[in-house]
Design a protein around this ligand. Structure first.
Ligand code: SF4
Ligand code: SF4
Length: 295
């Protein structure tokens, strides 16, 4: 085989054994290790009491763990669910706002030399600074939440962004985040990572814009797009919920996925799992895994 052929075959194998990337991989399970408490941006759809909405359905608190506790949890889960093939770090804040615990956890899991995919989900603000470390530790699947590529839209989604020791607001905050997300995406794709983009669909704010997002992320090397509905209900206590922002309807979600699908392959089987999720997609089972009943 040619070198290119080899590369494509490896990429294909990485996709086919990751349940979030391939519907065919649902026999495999994944675990999220909640080792990242802090976040460096504020999203209007976030409720800090709960998990990061990057990859999680809001409303359930995950118990924060140290890297050592997280590795122990992974080992316990792997014994019970041998099909566990993906270890993801997705919160409860932003993994790359907590780079030390995130990298330490990934390194410790990688040292076990199990047949595994290591996976990180981030808002992308700090990605450029850590992409080489992620690659070195063996992260092959990366998710970035990119809700817009237009700072006017972004300023309605992100009240602030904390960057270079400064709290930025308004257009400047949004533009900084967008620039960093896109540069981080390109760097990760150039390193051969399989990059998935999450976009939270917010009616009246970015619903007319998802096709533009899809086009741009495709150009920069993303391989999969997950348009996720905003969960805005006031009982989740998000700013959007409190401001009266509604969630999208089923038909709005379908229309957005179709528009984005013109340029990017769409992921429609996402379960918006929580930051400490365990098991196969749609079959989370932490209740019986926690012997202290604190989950
Ligand atoms: Fe919340 Fe995640 Fe947004 Fe941070 S990136 S504010 S944890 S939703
Ligand atoms: Fe990785 Fe996201 Fe799937 Fe978790 S939900 S395993 S972070 S792609």
């Amino acid at each position: 085989r040619t070198q290119m052929g080899e590369l494509l075959a490896t990429q294909q194998a990485k996709i086919e054994t990751h349940p979030c990337y391939s519907k065919q991989a649902h026999q495999y399970a994944r675990i999220h290790l909640p080792v990242a408490p802090a976040c460096n941006i504020q999203c209007n759809y976030c409720n800090r009491k709960f998990d990061c909405s990057n990859e999680s359905r809001p409303g359930v608190v995950s118990k924060l763990m140290s890297p050592a506790e997280a590795v122990a949890r992974y080992q316990k889960v792997k014994m019970r669910i041998p099909e566990t093939r993906v270890v993801g770090i997705a919160g409860p804040g932003d993994p790359l706002a907590n780079p030390k615990s995130t990298i330490a956890t990934l390194k410790a899991v990688a040292a076990l030399k199990h047949e595994l995919h290591l996976c990180v989900s981030t808002n992308g603000l700090n990605l450029l600074d850590h992409v080489d470390d992620l690659k070195a530790v063996g992260v092959d699947h990366l998710t970035i939440t990119i809700n817009c590529i237009d700072a006017d839209i972004g300023s309605k989604i992100y009240p602030w962004v904390y960057f270079n020791h400064k709290r930025l607001r308004g257009r400047v905050a949004a533009q900084t985040l967008i620039d960093r997300q896109l540069a981080g995406l390109k760097a990760a794709a150039d390193l051969g990572m399989l990059v998935k983009i999450n976009t939270v669909l917010i009616p009246g704010i970015n619903d007319h814009h998802v096709a533009a997002v899809a086009q741009e992320v495709k150009r920069l090397g993303a391989m999969l797009h997950n348009v996720m509905p905003l969960i805005a209900e006031a009982e989740h206590g998000t700013y959007f919920g409190l401001m009266g922002q509604r969630s999208p309807t089923e038909s709005e979600i379908a229309a957005a996925r179709e528009a984005a699908g013109q340029s990017m392959e769409q992921m429609s089987h996402c379960q918006q799992c929580r930051a400490d999720a365990v098991g196969k997609l749609g079959q989370d089972c932490h209740a019986d895994l926690d012997d202290d009943g604190s989950s």
